[in-house]
Ligand binder design. Structure first.
Ligand code: URA
Length: 253
């Protein structure tokens, strides 16, 4: 490091706060790497990370991942957002739910699914007999993407580059939690988990294998239900979401 930059400039690096911790743990991490290479002799360190696979990232504790994610600068979305909204839930949850990205209220609260879409999700989970506190709930993208309009912040869909940049965190959450099933709430989550755009209609409600990772079950995003204008159609969509969540609960039981 000294050959790259004199020590007097280290304090200006955004990562400076982590240097002491990294130096302190370097020997142990190097030993773990050697051990892991010996255990996986065929593993190519340059291969692209697999999709929902739990081997996509080394298993670390959620608190350390959450703490690192606070400083995320992997794409420009952090600049306008209030904070990183990391996942929450038990580290040993058998079911993981992945949404798109935090909305306005989640950005302010720092927690996923606490706004209007969260209320739809909570009701659907309850109707499906799933305890929200027992699932690990997160988003494909961890910063709120929006355009300001007057005093309002209007949600913008994350693009492929932002989804890809944020898969870094999703892969770590998957490796830490090792759920038995992952539910993709909407197209962005399905794209992040399966690595390609997926049509929801003909793929929803059944576990899709992902090689060596947890299978992914696709359903609609709860905010889609809020946008259905006709009350009857809205109720049918709500019931279909509940049916998909019940199917997910059956898989992990
Ligand atoms: N929509 C999402 O996809 N995630 C949230 O956390 C809130 C709304």
């Amino acid at each position: 490091m000294l050959t790259e930059m004199p020590r007097c400039h280290w304090c200006n690096l955004p990562e400076a706060g982590r240097i002491d911790r990294l130096i302190a743990s370097a020997t142990a991490r190097a030993r773990d790497m050697v051990k892991s290479a010996a255990a996986n002799p065929n593993r190519n360190p340059n291969r692209p990370t697999p999709r929902a696979g739990v081997d996509a990232a080394p298993a670390e504790g959620l608190p350390a991942i959450r703490s690192d994610a606070r400083e995320c600068r992997r794409c420009p979305l952090w600049q306008a957002a209030t904070q990183t909204v990391f996942g929450e839930g038990p580290a040993d949850a058998v079911l993981m739910l992945v949404g798109e990205q935090p909305g306005d209220q989640e950005d302010l609260a720092g927690r996923p699914f606490v706004g209007p879409a969260g209320q739809v999700l909570d009701a659907a989970l309850a109707a499906a007999g799933i305890d929200r506190a027992a699932v690990y709930l997160t988003n494909a993208v961890k910063h709120f993407k929006f355009t300001p309009r007057g005093k309002r912040r209007i949600h913008q869909r994350p693009d492929g580059g932002e989804i890809e940049a944020c898969r870094w965190w999703l892969a770590r959450e998957l490796a830490a939690v090792r759920p038995r099933l992952v539910v993709a709430l909407g197209a962005t989550a399905a794209h992040a988990l399966l690595g390609r755009p997926m049509a929801i209609g003909r793929n929803r409600g059944r576990p899709i294998p992902t090689g060596d990772g947890a299978p992914v079950l696709i359903t609609v995003h709860p905010s889609y239900i809020l946008r259905v204008p006709d009350a009857g159609a809205r109720e049918r969509e709500r019931m279909a979401l509940v049916a998909d969540l019940k199917a997910a609960a059956t898989v992990v039981r």
